[in-house]
Write a protein that binds this ligand. Structure first.
Ligand code: GAR
Length: 200
């Protein structure tokens, strides 16, 4: 299950990796659905063309964060996913929502966490004079952009870099990192489910 708000290029990278790396045969895993909080999210078109179920749960239709998260959880649970992947999903989630999917909720964030949680990460890295920047895949916990880190990738910050140029350099790495991290998570789940070896 993948949640998006926009282009969905990370979602597309995950869908392609699932196919190329044969996640269905190896782990019994497939992308069950893509949900967006924005009807105009470009990623929905890609998902539909791939034959993946899509849904829109607009945050604007709900008076509070709690009501939105309850509706979102209902849409997610309809597909009973093992893993919920946030891929450019630009909503802050309530502690109740995060607790419901504890241990099976991943996010990608375009900075080297714990540096630069929140928005405008690329400009902030440039303004701080960072020589490197990057991207983090982490487990989601109640504190925004603070959960245990699964993996990171580093890119250089170049002299005269713009936020857009740095973002594009990082996005290329995101498309490699997120599928790799999810593949690792699936492999770990598969190993944990194997019966323990007991010599007779
Ligand atoms: C990505 O750069 C992702 O890291 C970022 O939004 C972009 C989504 O692109 N996520 C965040 O900033 C989360 N706080 P995409 O829709 O093409 O995958």
């Amino acid at each position: 299950m993948i949640l998006i708000s926009g282009e969905g290029s990370n979602m597309a990278a995950i869908v392609r990796s699932a196919r190329q790396e044969r996640w269905a045969e190896r782990f019994g895993a497939r992308v069950t659905a893509v949900i967006s909080n924005k009807a105009e999210a470009g990623g929905l078109v890609f998902a539909q063309a791939e034959g993946i179920a899509t849904a829109v749960v607009s945050h604007k239709a709900f008076a509070t964060r709690e009501l939105f998260d309850t509706a979102l959880a209902e849409a997610i649970d309809a597909h009973a996913p093992a893993l919920v992947v946030l891929a450019g999903f630009m909503r802050i989630l309530t502690p109740g929502f995060v607790a419901r999917y504890a241990g099976r909720l991943l996010n990608i964030h375009p900075s080297l966490l714990p540096a630069f949680p929140g928005l405008h990460t690329h400009q902030r890295a440039i303004d701080a004079g960072c020589k490197v920047a990057g991207v983090t895949v982490h487990q989601v916990t109640a504190e925004l952009d603070h959960g245990p880190i699964l993996d990171q990738a580093v890119v250089p910050v170049l002299a005269d870099d713009t936020a857009a140029a740095l973002a594009a350099r990082i996005l290329t790495q995101e498309h490699l990192l997120y599928p790799r991290a999810i593949g690792g998570w699936l492999a770990a789940q598969a190993r944990a489910a194997e019966p323990a070896f007991s010599p007779s």
